[in-house]
Design a protein around this ligand. Sequence first.
Ligand code: RIB
Length: 306
Amino acid sequence: MQAKVVVVGSLNMDLVARAQRLPQPGETVVGSGFATVPGGKGANQAVAAARLGASTAMVGCVGDDAYGAQLRQALLDEGIDCQAVDTAPGLSSGLALIVVDDASQNSIVIVAGGNGEVSPQWVQQADALLRQAEVIVCQLEVPAETVAFTLERGRALGKTVILNPAPVSAPLPAHWYASIDYLIPNETEAFTLTGLRVDSLDSARQAATQLLAQGAGKVIITLGAQGSLFADGAGFEHFPAPQVLAVDTTAAGDTFVGAFAAALARGEGERQAIAFGQVAAALSVTRAGAQPSIPCFADVAGFAQP
Ligand code: RIB
């Protein structure tokens, strides 16, 4: 089957500890549980797109270790095309060290491993997949030159190009913006990209205005429990989030991005796609872990606000 959503990005094994609260610098806290869970922003977004109805392909790289085999198998189990998931000899797979606290917040440290080997040449070799796609999705856990190449190639092929700028530590190169149809940062990422602190709908509007002025086609700032703000040249729209009891917010943003991409790929309008993504993300925070928390299509379609 032709992949309608192609994700170029990371695969990580998540080593997840639960603790009452996140440790301060220099502090040791006692944990209450541990799990090894398939994750990585790219792979999570691919799983979300696949579970939510899109034929999906992943372009990435794992290490030649046991985690690499498990990460690949996790995607294959979802029916995701992994022909462009390479294995880097002599390297470990991407890792994420995650602590989740009792307030369901997390802190994450990632180590790139095989993700650092996803080169522009590797994406070029996957050009047949990019050509098939309706929607191409990138994040920032693979090398920046690879993201730049993918955005430009997606634009040249006339595809819908989504960038989830996560994680981000500096403003994006100015020339990237022209290739991005949908830029989807959270509040922290929007702050890093614009220098504007995003802590209200008003400040989100200001940040989105700046991102549009920099050249992004459309902007969706995800606001956690506050939902999301959509902005295009014509104005803004706030989408409130469904209210749920959060257990673990890991991969909520990834679930939103993958769900949004899947909905666009099946021809839904962007507003419908945002609403769909928000329900999917809300359901994901009611379950623990990255990929295990991502809902399927029937869960989202059957969701009714309690
Ligand atoms: O967005 C959540 C993801 O961030 C985790 O699965 C972890 O692997 C990191 O990439």
